[in-house]
Ligand binder design. Structure first.
Ligand SMILES: *[C@@H]1O[C@H](CO)[C@@H](O)[C@H](O)[C@H]1NC(C)=O
Ligand SMILES: *[C@@H]1O[C@H](CO)[C@@H](O)[C@H](O)[C@H]1NC(C)=O
Ligand SMILES: *[C@@H]1O[C@H](CO)[C@@H](O)[C@H](O)[C@H]1NC(C)=O
Ligand SMILES: *[C@@H]1O[C@H](CO)[C@@H](O)[C@H](O)[C@H]1NC(C)=O
Ligand SMILES: *[C@@H]1O[C@H](CO)[C@@H](O)[C@H](O)[C@H]1NC(C)=O
Ligand SMILES: *[C@@H]1O[C@H](CO)[C@@H](O)[C@H](O)[C@H]1NC(C)=O
Ligand SMILES: *[C@@H]1O[C@H](CO)[C@@H](O)[C@H](O)[C@H]1NC(C)=O
Ligand SMILES: *[C@@H]1O[C@H](CO)[C@@H](O)[C@H](O)[C@H]1NC(C)=O
Length: 356
């Protein structure tokens, strides 16, 4: 009798979960549009925030190492659905952290707390599918990364692929939502994901164009990683990720080009704008890029080009943010932050060289 009641009790959450999943259906939006619910995950374009946790705002003293003006929560609410981040080891605490190049340069806290931030948003937004792309600068093992996912309470909604090669039959957004697996996770690189098969090795599934661009004429759709065989990658079913951000080269380091940002992220007009570049890549690939990765996503606004690729004309449920490029004159704290940031940046680049 007791065993029976216990069993009933244990069954209850699953039943509730099922009821909940069936309720979230196409009368509502998936990723801000009802039109996207029945589309396959790999056959829509997800707007990506490059270096999502690395914010150039008061919280970082307006660090020049910041790649976004708004934090991850604001990004998600505004329509960003791919979050890239670098994972490094904080050498004093030993904890896996989201740090830009080095934890002494820009430390956005532990990986666990950042994942908790993403989880909080996902719980509050049950019809949204989000992708995380981690650059594994810490060379952390799958089990070490998974421990952070588990501690953050986010591993239970992670999607596990059905195969390990690129030719995955990707589910529709509605399938992912109904199945309770609406967080997709890629890691560069993780050749052995034993014990955490939801952590997908990025270059088994995704190919990228070059991210090393300093002039608006540099953007290319040609595959750069894992290799330069674009047609081979497409033929293998790999998903295209379009890097679309510009660096400024300085003597010892590089930082985002913010003076040309309004054009770089624009839906049209001006050399190297996102809209024309995406059109070009769609034509070269014979399909839309699955991911578009930008700096300072709010400028452009970058989401305009992505909505066009998705055929979305009336997005729902977004919280708009300013499309302005923040300028140094907007804050007295900026110059102090820039000074410290520059100094740390020089030191770090000098010490360990460049990484994205
Ligand atoms: C979605 O909602 C419609 C209309 O309310 C209903 O007919 C349909 O059965 C629902 N689908 C699922 C999968 O729950
Ligand atoms: C991708 O989605 C578009 C728009 O719905 C559709 O026309 C196309 O057939 C889809 N392609 C694949 C391979 O599913
Ligand atoms: C993100 O930014 C918003 C707006 O500045 C702020 O209200 C919120 O507390 C921030 N969230 C986190 C988790 O830092
Ligand atoms: C590393 O972790 C310690 C302890 O949590 C923390 O005080 C420090 O700010 C972190 N950052 C760096 C750069 O080490
Ligand atoms: C949903 O989850 C079940 C059980 O894990 C799995 O067998 C099925 O393939 C999943 N469906 C999709 C569309 O991912
Ligand atoms: C950013 O790129 C534009 C276009 O190439 C260039 O004119 C501008 O000088 C660059 N900004 C900086 C700070 O170098
Ligand atoms: C590119 O990949 C295709 C398919 O795997 C292969 O047939 C072709 O030889 C490759 N081309 C080059 C230049 O490696
Ligand atoms: C910027 O630096 C990169 C890497 O060192 C180099 O490939 C590129 O040509 C440089 N671009 C300019 C405009 O100097």
């Amino acid at each position: 009798m007791l065993a029976k009641s216990l069993q009933m009790l244990l069954l209850l959450p699953a039943t509730l979960r099922l009821a909940f999943a069936q309720n979230s259906n196409s009368s509502t939006s998936c990723n801000n549009s009802p039109d996207l619910c029945q589309r396959a995950y790999n056959n829509i374009t997800h707007l990506g925030a490059h270096d999502s946790p690395f914010v150039r705002d008061a919280s970082t003293g307006y660090s020049v190492s910041g790649n976004q003006y708004y934090n991850t929560t604001v990004q998600l609410s505004a329509g960003v659905r791919l979050l890239s981040a670098q994972v490094q080891t904080n050498s004093s605490s030993g904890q896996l952290s989201v740090c830009h190049t080095s934890c002494s340069l820009l430390n956005a806290g532990t990986l666990r707390s950042w994942l908790q931030e993403v989880n909080t948003w996902l719980v509050a937004n049950p019809n949204e599918v989000v992708t995380i792309l981690l650059v594994n600068g810490a060379s952390a093992s799958a089990t070490a990364l998974a421990a952070e996912y588990e501690a953050a309470g986010i591993s239970n909604i992670a999607y596990t692929p059905t195969r390990t090669s690129a030719i995955e039959q990707w589910p529709t957004l509605q399938n992912l939502i109904n199945n309770g697996t609406r967080l997709l996770n890629f890691v560069a690189s993780l050749t052995d994901n034993t014990g955490a098969s939801y952590l997908m090795n990025e270059f088994d599934y995704i190919f990228e164009n070059s991210y090393q661009n300093t002039a608006p004429t540099d953007f290319s759709c040609t595959a750069n990683r894992p290799d330069s065989n674009t047609s081979g990658a497409l033929g293998a079913g790999m998903m295209p990720l379009m890097n679309h951000f510009l660096y400024v080269n300085e003597t010892l380091f590089e930082m985002p080009n913010t003076t040309y940002l309004a054009t770089t992220n624009a839906p049209s007009g001006g050399v190297g704008n996102l809209g024309d570049a995406a059109t070009q890549c769609t034509s070269e690939y014979g399909r839309v890029p699955t991911f578009v990765l930008v700096d300072f996503f709010n400028v452009g606004p970058a989401i305009s080009a992505v909505d066009r690729l998705n055929g979305v004309t009336a997005p729902t449920g977004r919280t708009a943010v300013s499309t302005a490029v923040a300028s140094a004159s907007t804050s007295g704290a900026m110059s102090a932050g820039v000074g410290k940031g520059m100094f740390m940046l020089c030191l770090t680049i000098w010490a360990i060289g460049r990484s994205i």
